[in-house]
Design a protein around this ligand. Structure first.
Ligand SMILES: C[S@@+](CC[C@H](N)C(=O)[O-])C[C@H]1O[C@@H](n2cnc3c(N)ncnc32)[C@H](O)[C@@H]1O
Length: 184
């Protein structure tokens, strides 16, 4: 049986290749779009993949969001690492369940969220960021994706500009995966 949509879940309301909306399901919530408004609460109890009509009779599909969907939609104040590059990083690095990874430059937490979803439940991501305001945004994004328990956010310099690399500067944390290009 397909998983059912519950109150408090995030759903991706898909209209077409260019337009989709990531929304939290709440009883009285409406989503207003240029194609009419949708009663988001009416999805409660329906299966993922359900179709929903807007007030103008336009069909949307309610999907369970993937990490890729979150990466594109999360709030950001920095440039993020995009899914194509995240896929390469994960593919080439061999990161998997149980890995302990050090990331330099948390930013909005897009890469950290993706890495966490691969290393969980026993692995950890340790992510360094020098700007406190970015760490706050990242913490919220990681909570929304549901992977905050697998990421330790660390305020501080990752050591990359001195050629040290996060892993070497903080021995014992994990396999260094330097993602922020050092300043040359
Ligand atoms: C391009 S963003 C990172 C994107 C992030 N990995 C993501 O996927 O959302 C680069 C980040 O590196 C941070 N940064 C720059 N120098 C740093 C340093 N020496 N140590 C730690 N973070 C640093 C910046 O503040 C910025 O947030």
């Amino acid at each position: 049986m397909m998983e059912k949509i519950r109150e408090g879940d995030d759903v991706l309301l898909y209209l077409d290749k260019r337009r989709s909306y990531l929304v939290r399901v709440e009883k009285e919530k409406e989503l207003h779009t240029h194609r009419g408004y949708l009663s988001v609460g009416s999805l409660i109890g329906k299966e993922y993949g359900a179709r929903i009509l807007s007030s103008r009779g336009v069909e949307f599909v309610a999907f369970k969001p993937t990490i890729r969907d979150y990466v594109f939609k999360i709030s950001r104040r920095t440039q993020i690492i995009y899914p194509k590059d995240i896929a390469l990083i994960i593919f080439y690095s061999g990161v998997g369940p149980g890995s302990r990874v050090v990331e330099g430059g948390t930013g909005a937490g897009a890469l950290a969220a993706a890495l966490a979803s691969y290393v969980k439940p026993s692995g950890r991501v340790y992510s360094y960021e020098i700007r406190e305001e970015f760490l706050e945004v990242a913490a919220e994004n990681l909570r929304r994706v549901g992977v905050a328990d697998y990421v330790e956010l660390k305020m501080g310099d990752d050591g990359g500009d001195r050629g040290e690399g996060g892993g070497r500067r903080h021995p014992g944390l994990g396999d260094p995966l330097a993602c922020r290009a050092p300043r040359l």
